[in-house]
Design a protein around this ligand. Structure first.
Ligand code: NAD
Length: 503
């Protein structure tokens, strides 16, 4: 309780300046009010107004895009080692303010401090990792042919737009912004309207670290106005987007006239498949972690449990006991495992599935109820007796809600796992090596873990197939997106050039 009070006091100190002056947009190193006025940011913990936030419109996006355009040439041409040093200083700045970032993130999004303190540090890791790649980011290849020496080189694509969602917003923003800056691009960031606080901290930290004005600009506001204008702006060469699949489709449409390059990281309905030969204790830990941590508001969450019928009863019984013991509480209490859902709208969506599950004939084996009236709290929920045709098995609920489906054979498990519009991640639990090889080869997903929860390694490709997205982040894949390949062929001699119109 003391730690909770202590955290609340620290949070209040950090929020004082935002309560007094609101959160402004940041364009070309200057605070700018939104031309649309202000909108309130609401805390999901108690539904109170945290502060007012500048409401950005197309006019603000235009200013920010022009600022990013004006800052581009000098940022692109800055010596790589100088750019690297700035990115390292941003990582240092994030680490120095990690507690402030985590406290603000929890209050803004409802995520538990237990997870957000690590997520803030992951943001620093993202900057440090891509800072290390700055020097070689432009390196190309040498592809000799009989008459030419062909070389390739990479150039930053130009100013880019980054549009992020409200789940772990700080970490996700750094995951996009760090490689963009490392590549030599300038950025206009449109954070989610539900979670503006830590985007403001990121731009402050970046400028304090020496990032020149206009290299990172932040415009707050809503998707159908500021977000849309960013996609349509001719000075913006690419959009890195993280959010829902239907928004991803809008991003593509909106960018069509300006031939925008889009990278889309979208939704998921990811299966975790547990075979009866697996290490069931470890599988249980991973199944619980991958759906109930981060409030289940996580694109890679394993929201469908596919459990072999021979072990279903025993596994589900253990699962129910553990789920019922998960601690729902104040997100700033370090013991809390699940905080409130991010907003009224999302709370209404998640809780609607409690009734949908009953109507579809599934059993609500744990949870299925809200907690208190102060904020958007729900009990961690488990649906059993489900089949893959039910809405609870097909739709992304994006909360601490797991749907359990049983299967008898490997073939059936594969068919159920792939019977979804999405294809982000898959998790396979088996001690049969050849089955693991066979199964992962046929599972439709961008990322698969065998006998493991999602353990992110930054050089590996991150992204989904089907409605879960287009494109990959991570390692050099990030630079493929933020840079253009250029080929130059040098003649090595006097090769024959076909003559036209010659006598
Ligand atoms: P969302 O699509 O509603 O919003 C995401 C962002 O897009 C917000 O900033 C929003 O303002 C903006 N936006 C909305 N409409 C827009 C438009 N027409 N043009 C431009 N921008 C627009 O998503 P959300 O509810 O904030 O986030 C949850 C979703 O994000 C889930 O579906 C989740 O799976 C997905 N997600 C995916 C990944 C991944 O890596 N695949 C990671 C995290 C979250």
């Amino acid at each position: 309780m003391n730690v909770l009070n202590d955290n609340i006091n620290k949070l209040n100190n950090h929020l004082e300046r935002f309560r007094a002056g609101g959160i402004m947009n940041r364009v070309a190193g200057q605070d700018m009010p939104g031309t649309g006025g202000m909108f309130p940011s609401i805390s999901p913990v108690d539904k109170s107004v945290i502060c007012d936030v500048a409401l950005g419109t197309a006019a603000d996006i235009d200013r920010a895009a022009n600022a990013a355009h004006d800052a581009f040439a000098s940022w692109r041409d800055m010596p790589a080692m100088t750019r690297k040093k700035i990115l390292v200083r941003i990582a240092d700045g994030i680490e120095a303010r990690a507690e402030e970032i985590a406290l603000c993130e929890c209050w803004d999004t409802g995520q538990a401090y237990k997870f957000m303190s690590k997520a803030a540090l992951r943001g620093a890791e993202n900057f440090r990792y891509f800072a290390d790649q700055v020097v070689q980011a432009r390196d190309g290849q040498h592809l000799q042919s009989p008459t030419l020496m062909n070389v390739t080189t990479r150039k930053p694509i130009g100013p880019v737009g980054v549009i992020t969602p409200w789940n772990t917003p700080f970490m996700l923003s750094t995951w996009k912004i760090a490689p963009a800056l490392a590549a030599g691009c300038t950025v206009v960031h449109k954070p989610a309207e539900a979670s503006p606080l830590t985007a403001r901290l990121l731009v402050e930290i970046s400028e304090e670290a020496g990032l020149p004005p206009g290299v990172l600009n932040t415009v707050n506001g809503f998707g159908d106005d500021a977000g849309k204008a960013l996609c349509e702006h001719p000075a913006i060469k690419a959009i890195a987007f993280v959010g829902e699949s239907r928004t991803g489709s809008l991003i593509t449409k909106q960018g069509a006239d300006t031939l925008k390059r889009n990278h889309l990281e979208l939704g998921g309905k990811n299966p975790v498949i547990v075979f009866d030969d697996a290490d069931l204790e470890r599988a249980l830990d991973a199944v619980i972690f991958m759906i109930y941590s981060i409030n289940g508001e996580r694109c890679t969450s394993s929201s469908r449990l596919l459990i072999q019928d021979t072990i279903r009863e025993e596994f589900e019984a253990k699962l129910i006991a553990r789920v019922n013991r998960i601690k729902v509480g104040h997100p700033l209490d370090p013991a809390t495992e699940i905080g409130p859902l991010v907003s009224q709208e999302h709370f209404d969506k998640v809780t609607s599935y409690f009734e949908i599950a009953r109507q579809d004939g599934a059993t609500v084996a744990a949870g299925g109820e809200t907690v208190g009236n102060d904020g958007y709290f729900v009990r961690p929920t488990l649906f059993t007796g489900a089949n893959n045709q039910m809405r609870i098995a097909q739709e992304e609920i994006f909360g601490p809600v797991l749907t359990s489906i049983s299967f008898s054979t490997e073939e059936e498990a594969l068919q159920i796992a792939n019977d979804t519009d999405y294809g982000l991640t898959g998790y396979v639990w088996t001690n049969d090596l050849t089955r693991a090889l066979r199964f992962t080869d046929r599972l439709d997903a961008g990322m698969i873990w065998v006998n493991s929860e999602n353990v992110r390694h930054l050089p590996t490709p991150f992204g989904g197939v089907k409605a879960s997205g287009i494109g990959r982040d991570g390692g050099d894949w990030s630079f493929e997106f933020y840079m253009e390949q250029k080929h130059i062929g040098f003649a090595t001699g006097q090769h024959k050039i076909t003559k036209l119109g010659a006598l």
